[in-house]
Write a protein that binds this ligand. Structure first.
Ligand SMILES: C[S@@+](CC[C@H](N)C(=O)[O-])C[C@H]1O[C@@H](n2cnc3c(N)ncnc32)[C@H](O)[C@@H]1O
Length: 242
C-alpha cells in the first residue's frame, strides 16, 4: 500500500464537485510514515477515538460491516458481536502494529467472525457492494484524499447500505503549514478539512443526505475543531461519481 502511495505524485483537488487542479503528494509518504510511527508507539491503554459511533449504526444479525482506521479493533469487535455468527466484521488499518494488536485481541477473545486487514482506506481491499455498513471513528481526518475514501465507501456498500463516521473538521480552513505538518496530521487535527469541504465531498460521491447524531467543539493547539458523528446512506439506485 505504501508502494502505491509512493508512485502517485499528484492528486486531484476538488472544490465542491468541480475538479479545480492538482497538488503534489510528495508529502504523503512523510505523513503516512508519521502516522504509522505514531500509532505503532501508542500505549495499549490509551484512548485513540474521537466519538464512538457503533450504537448509531444499529447493526443487525447477519450483516457485513467494515471499520475504517480500526486501530486496536475495539469497535470492530463490538460490531462482530452485534452481527453474530451469520455476519462478519472487517477492520482495516494502515499501521501494522494496530492490525497485529487487533488480531491478537480477536484471537484471545475467541471472536471468529472478524478479520483485520492492513491497508489504506483510500484503496479498500474489499469487493464492490460487499457490505451492509461501514463505520469509522476518528480516522478519516488522517487521509490526504477524503474524496478517494468516500468513493471507496460508496463502492463497497451495497445499495441502501449505510455508514456512520465520527470525524474531525473545522469551520475555517487550517493554515497551510498545519495541513502540511505530518505531526499535526498524525495528531488527529492537521488533516481536518472544513465542514463545507467535507459536505461537498460527500455530496460529490453521492451521499446526498446526512443525519448528524452529535457534534462537539474544542480547541486543539489553539485551533477550533469540530468533532461530528454522522450517517449517510448509499441510494438504492443510481451511481456515485467516478
Ligand atoms: C485516532 S486512531 C483511531 C482508532 C480507532 N478507530 C479508535 O477509535 O480507537 C486513527 C487510526 O487510523 C489509522 N489510519 C490513519 N490513516 C489511515 C489510512 N489512510 N488508512 C487506514 N487507516 C489509517 C491509524 O493507523 C490509526 O490506527
Amino acid at each position: 500500500m505504501i508502494e502505491c502511495l509512493r508512485t502517485r505524485e499528484w492528486r486531484p483537488v476538488w472544490e465542491g464537485n468541480q475538479l479545480s487542479g492538482a497538488v503534489s503528494t510528495a508529502g504523503t509518504e512523510r505523513t503516512t510514515g508519521r502516522i504509522i510511527t505514531r500509532y505503532s508507539n501508542e500505549d495499549e491503554n490509551s484512548n485513540l477515538s474521537c466519538g464512538g459511533n457503533i450504537s448509531y449504526l444499529r447493526l443487525e444479525p447477519g450483516e457485513k460491516v467494515l471499520d475504517l482506521g480500526c486501530g486496536r479493533g475495539t469497535e470492530t469487535l463490538q460490531a462482530a458481536e452485534a452481527v453474530g455468527r451469520q455476519g462478519f466484521a472487517w477492520g482495516l488499518d494502515l499501521t501494522p502494529r494496530m492490525v497485529e494488536l487487533a488480531t491478537e485481541r480477536a484471537r484471545s477473545e475467541k471472536v471468529g467472525n472478524v478479520h483485520f486487514l492492513r491497508g489504506s482506506m483510500e484503496e479498500i481491499p474489499l469487493a464492490d457492494a460487499a457490505l451492509d455498513a461501514v463505520l469509522s471513528n476518528c480516522a478519516i481526518n488522517h487521509a490526504s484524499d477524503k474524496l478517494a475514501v468516500y468513493r471507496e465507501i460508496f463502492r463497497v456498500l451495497k445499495p441502501g447500505g449505510r455508514f456512520v463516521v465520527s470525524d474531525i473538521m473545522t469551520d475555517t480552513p487550517l493554515p497551510q503549514e498545519i495541513k502540511e505538518d505530518p505531526e499535526a496530521v498524525a495528531a488527529c487535527f492537521g488533516g481536518a478539512i472544513t465542514v463545507r469541504e467535507y459536505e461537498d465531498t460527500l455530496a460529490a460521491v453521492g451521499f446526498a443526505e446526512l443525519d448528524i447524531f452529535k457534534e462537539r467543539r474544542y480547541l486543539k493547539n489553539g485551533y477550533e475543531m469540530i468533532s461530528r458523528t454522522f450517517q449517510g446512506r448509499k441510494p438504492l439506485q443510481g451511481k456515485g461519481v467516478n
